[in-house]
Design a protein around this ligand. Structure first.
Ligand SMILES: [Zn+2]
Length: 384
């Protein structure tokens, strides 16, 4: 009887921690007091100054058409409570902000999907969430002037700034091995190790996430474009229903339907707010800007160096090669961009390896060697 009582007590304590975290902990909500927006001739930009890194999520709803962004662990300064900002344009009518729950702030943009499209992305230091809305009559946001690869070679402009994208994060763990090694944790650690190596070389490195937060796949390349990076590298761990399959493979964006790629692409696209069938719309816009030949070349060099580096210390590293595939996370990148699957968490041997710091460091070194080789191939080209 006594024991039973204790259990009930513990249970109610658990429930109270679950439902009233603010009563039992100091307030961890970040206060939002600034929302800015600018109506430019070709687009409207809404910037929410969050200040500290916070998870956020966005989605679209129809009739009436709107895009909302939920920012978690956040509270509104009273000055912004239920504010509405009317915008005089034919594709966007107003912007609203409100405290949706005690810990969630919601920003809503009322627009017209037949007339407009949008993207949501973020910038670090200080953390800002940005909603850009474009009228459809402008086919694409004007890209910053970029030099063609051949001209980069001629001018000897190499790689200065690299965006590394650790896959998944937050509510999305990615794939999980039988012994509970999680993709989101492994790829973040590998990315931080790679960052260190590249910075030692004097390169500027930007990570799409440095902590365990969720980011939508399609918002990740936006950082690379806005920061005018030279490379975008998304890092993932693989999984297959066939647990015998192991090895390393690297992808670049391509819309050819290679059956062997569909399973991986479907898994990596799973958490995107967009549906793969809506890709068609986006494709035309993308293909003009995407650096497909450069991305393929980068994928080949990274794949080769990664397999080579891992094989120096480990037996039986399978080279699964370079493939094109329809990955949301690569869509919209205006710079050479690849997605590398560093080993299989569904394979017992590789899960054990991925759990170890030594193997993660080796992966970071392999990708690093690939980036150096790509960089020097550009510089060599420049001398010719
Ligand atoms: Zn993944």
């Amino acid at each position: 009887m006594r024991k039973r009582k204790k259990t009930i007590l513990a249970g109610s304590l658990f429930v109270s921690l679950l439902f009233f975290p603010l009563l039992s902990h100091p307030d961890s909500r970040v206060e939002i007091h600034t929302l800015r927006y600018h109506v430019h001739p070709s687009f409207t930009r809404v910037v929410v100054e969050v200040g500290k890194v916070r998870e956020f999520n966005f989605n679209q709803l129809i009739s009436p058409d709107r895009v909302y962004v939920d920012i978690y662990q956040a509270k509104l300064n009273p000055i912004l409570h239920n504010q509405t900002y009317p915008v005089k344009s034919n594709y966007l009518s107003q912007i609203r902000i409100a405290q949706k729950t005690s810990t969630t702030v919601r920003v809503v943009v009322d627009l017209d999907f037949s007339n407009a499209y949008y993207r949501v992305w973020h910038l670090p230091d200080p953390f800002r969430i940005i909603i850009d809305v474009y009228p459809k009559k402008f086919s694409a946001p004007p890209p910053p002037p970029k030099l063609k690869a051949s001209m980069i070679r001629q001018l000897g402009l190499g790689i200065q700034r690299v965006v590394i994208d650790p896959g998944h994060g937050g509510k999305d763990p990615g794939c999980i091995g039988k012994n509970k090694v999680q993709e989101k944790e492994v790829v973040l650690d590998v990315s931080l190790r790679l960052k260190k190596l590249l910075e030692a070389l004097g390169l500027e490195v930007i990570l799409t996430r440095e902590t365990d937060i969720y980011l939508a796949p399609e918002s990740r390349t936006v950082i690379a474009n806005q920061k005018q990076a030279d490379l975008f590298i998304s890092i993932h761990a693989n999984a297959s229903r066939n647990r015998k399959i192991s090895g390393v493979e690297t992808f670049f964006l391509n819309f050819n339907q290679d059956p062997s790629v569909i399973e991986t692409a479907a898994r990596e696209n799973a958490t995107s707010a967009k549906n793969i069938s809506t890709m068609g719309d986006t494709i035309k816009k993308i293909l003009q800007n995407t650096k497909i030949p450069e991305s393929k070349e980068l994928a080949q060099i990274i794949q080769k160096n990664l397999v080579k580096t891992l094989s120096q210390k480990h037996r039986g590293v399978n080279d699964l090669g370079v493939k094109g595939g329809p990955f949301w996370v690569l869509i919209g990148a205006e710079v050479p961009s690849v997605l590398t699957e560093i080993s299989f968490l569904s394979n017992a041997t590789e899960e054990e390896r991925l759990g170890k710091a030594e193997y993660r460091q080796l992966i970071a070194q392999g990708i690093y060697q690939g980036i150096i080789a790509y960089k020097s191939s550009l510089e060599k080209g420049a001398e010719l």
